[in-house]
Design a protein around this ligand. Structure first.
Ligand SMILES: Cc1ncc(COP(=O)(O)O)c(C=O)c1O
Length: 383
């Protein structure tokens, strides 16, 4: 059998250190960076071709007629059997702007948006900047939804008839939990009971490993709003765009979205993501195969070299979560791994309740770099 292309094994550390993006420039050059959600992969060839064509043509204007929404709808149908009527979808500048705008619309100033912690830190940041209160419904010890905590949060958020929202992360960052159909149906029931608007951030849906099934939230809740993007699956953070999908019973929110203040996708973002959805599927399959090997590699490296650390084998995403509370490194083990081990991981406590004593490790790199990172973590523990 011909060997498969592995996007994660194409670039040397020297080539990566030439990069000028946040992952490679935030820390000094002796630090090995496995933090922010960038992948150590070359650009997928079809996306590179589309971008080169834009450069060649000097095609740097406002968004044109790229079939971005159609490309996403076709990807959703083929990947998840999900029929997305294009008329219910809208391009957005990025996932963050899409969830901030729709949740600001669903709540009043000072109103509450519930998140399930530990959660991607910008869930807190941008909603607070929009004048909303962020309330936490912590996940359980296995990073699964805890319906008692969710119900308490919904009850408190809607007290006195207040309008409230729930920003679901499906699959979840950090740790890669893929919510099941039953769990999502229970979320939908609870949200309907309390009148909470659910916005489901599904940016990580393209990266789900064998054994788990991504269930689009709108397939269980017509009142919901979902957000998709190719930016994590194909490493396009530099040229973002997103697709907002409004459920059949949320179309008034789509009308308000059209009439309200929001940021459009850029032409390049839409063109790049159109190429990803239409022509980047084989590349994505190769990527997921490599990440699948890395998630198991990390399991064996942790077992061998980091005794006491609990690793949540992710069902999705490359953003893994390590419980380091048994080590003697306090609430912020990432600080010790950085200062003593010279390896940059995300600080668990910045992910809210449930994050202290944890680190997030980005495994979207070569097996060699991942191994070196764990060696550096292990060296931190010696002496
Ligand atoms: C859950 C989640 N939502 C949103 C984003 C960022 O999306 P965008 O760059 O399109 O705003 C990320 C990036 O890592 C993420 O993990």
């Amino acid at each position: 059998m011909p060997e498969r292309f592995d996007p994660l094994s194409q670039l040397t550390l020297e080539q990566l250190r030439d990069r000028t993006s946040a992952k490679w420039r935030h820390y000094p050059s002796d630090v090995l960076p496995l933090w922010v959600a960038e992948m150590d992969v070359p650009l997928a060839a079809p996306i590179a071709r589309a971008l080169h064509a834009l450069v060649e043509r000097g095609d740097t204007g406002y968004p044109g007629d790229t079939p971005y929404l159609e490309a996403f709808a076709s990807f959703a149908r083929d990947s998840w059997g999900w029929e997305v009527p294009v008329a219910t979808a809208r391009p957005a500048a990025s996932v963050i702007t899409a969830y901030t705008d729709t949740l600001a619309d669903a709540t009043d100033l000072g109103g509450t948006v519930v998140v399930t912690s530990p959660a991607y830190p910008p869930f807190y940041l941008y909603l607070r900047q929009a004048g909303r209160t962020v309330a936490e419904a912590p996940l359980d010890a296995d990073l699964r939804l805890d319906f008692a905590s969710l119900e308490r949060a919904f009850a408190s958020a809607t007290e006195g008839g207040a309008r409230a929202g729930f920003l679901l992360c499906n699959p979840h960052n950090p740790g890669g939990t893929v919510h099941t159909r039953d769990e999502l149906a229970a979320v939908a029931d609870l949200a309907a009971r309390y009148g909470v608007q659910v916005v489901s951030d599904e940016i990580h849906a393209p990266i789900v490993y064998e054994g788990a099934e991504f269930v689009p939230y709108l397939s269980v809740d017509p009142r919901g709003i979902a957000i998709h993007a190719a930016s994590k699956g194909w490493n396009l953070a530099a040229i973002p765009a997103a697709v907002l999908v409004f459920g059949a019973d949320a179309l008034v929110a789509a009308e308000r979205y059209d009439a309200g203040k929001h940021a459009h996708a850029t032409h390049w973002g839409a063109v790049a993501q159109t190429a990803a959805y239409n022509e980047g599927r084989e590349w994505l399959a190769d990527l997921v195969a490599g990440l699948d090997r890395n998630r198991h590699l990390l399991a064996s490296l942790v077992a061998e070299r980091l005794p006491g650390v609990r690793y949540h084998l992710p069902a999705a995403t490359y953003l893994t979560w390590l419980d380091c509370r048994a080590l003697d490194l306090g609430d912020d083990p990432a600080a010790a791994f950085l200062s003593r081990g010279r390896v940059a991981l995300n600080h668990g406590h910045t992910f809210g309740t449930g994050g202290a004593g944890h680190v997030r490790v980005n495994i979207a790199t070569s097996p060699e770099i991942l191994t070196e990172a764990v060696d550096r973590m292990a060296a931190t523990l010696v002496g």
